[in-house]
Design a protein. Structure first.
Length: 336
């Protein structure tokens, strides 16, 4: 707001009348409210967020350590995380990242890590409990990757968690870590003696496809083991059975054939939205009289060059016009 321009008229004294008692009380109350509002607006946030919990550190190779911690509560207002190796800041990450790889380390060396949270006002939390890891010895000229874990099983534990179990892999110099992938994204790492883990922060009523890869001390990674599909149950008040089941995708020269079982919602499903590489691509619409009640199939003609990798998934349009839960995700490579 700008002050009004000064008047050029000669100044003359003004007379003020004494306000009545009846008018003074509302005026004083309004002044008090305005003062309180200004005080509140001017108050700064000086409360730091809570220290990150659940910190773990796992050596992934002779020169790297994978560090993970739990997601913060939304009420904490965390905007970033600061990762420390001893007392040295080595990473700054946005609030949606709760894991990182610390690389360039020395083989056969013990390291300790801590994480602090920071909010939008710049307040930084105390460090959470430290996590330690020791890098294994380096193996010169190790270029042989471990074998893929031969078996993978998954089981939902609730709307937001699942247990994954796999068979041990083998390596000529020894496995140093197992990496869990959802599609092409690594989401979890555990030590060489571990063949089961619990995955948290999943979405209710959602289908997931997990694979496991083994790593050795030279950072050679195995091929992915067999995929394990896990569907989390719905949370309180959520609908059930909205995801297409038994989804498959098969590439052939110039085409991709999709097949799935329609969700058991009690209604015929005529439209499905297809996602390719994480983005909505097309809506598969079945005409009147051709709506599948059980197993459905659709053939896509593709123009992308052979060797192109796709991850595909789909979801059904429900009777109320909303989209249901996603199917499991499949990875394919286009062929010539």
């Amino acid at each position: 707001m700008h002050d009004p321009a000064p008047s050029t008229a000669p100044h003359s004294p003004r007379r003020f009348s004494r306000p009545s008692v009846r008018g003074a009380a509302p005026a004083l109350a309004a002044l008090a409210l305005a003062t309180a509002a200004l005080t509140a607006c001017g108050a700064s946030d000086t409360t730091p967020p809570a220290a990150p919990a659940g910190l773990t550190a796992q050596a992934g190779s002779a020169t790297s350590v994978h560090v993970m911690w739990q997601s913060p509560a939304p009420a904490d207002g965390v905007t970033s995380f600061l990762v420390y190796q001893a007392d040295r800041l080595v990473r700054e990450l946005p609030a949606d990242k709760t894991m990182t790889d610390i690389t360039g380390l020395t083989p056969r060396t013990a390291y300790a890590f801590t994480v602090r949270a920071r909010d939008a006002a710049g307040n930084t939390s105390p460090a959470g409990a430290a996590a330690s890891a020791t890098t294994p010895a380096a193996t010169a000229e190790d270029r042989q990757a471990p074998t893929a874990p031969p078996r993978t099983d998954g089981q939902a534990l609730g709307p937001s968690s699942a247990r994954l179990t796999w068979s041990a892999a083998t390596d000529d110099t020894g496995v140093t870590a197992y990496d869990v992938y959802q599609g092409d994204a690594r989401i979890h790492t555990v030590g060489p003696g571990t063949t089961t883990t619990v995955l948290e922060d999943l979405r209710p009523d959602s289908a997931y496809t997990f694979t496991v890869r083994a790593r050795d001390g030279a950072d050679n990674s195995s091929p992915a083991g067999p995929a394990a599909d896990v569907t989390t149950p719905p949370g309180p008040g959520q609908r059930t059975d909205t995801a297409p089941a038994e989804f498959t995708a098969v590439a052939s020269p110039g085409a991709v054939t999709l097949a799935w079982t329609a969700p058991a919602t009690g209604k015929m499903t005529a439209a499905y939205e297809l996602y390719v590489n994480g983005r909505p691509t097309t809506v598969i619409q079945f005409g009147e009289g051709a709506v599948p009640a059980g197993r459905a199939e659709h053939r896509l003609t593709v123009a992308e060059p052979p060797g192109t990798a796709w991850t595909v998934k789909l979801r059904a349009r429900l009777a109320d016009g909303t989209w249901g839960a996603f199917s499991a995700e499949r990875r394919i490579v286009l062929t010539s």
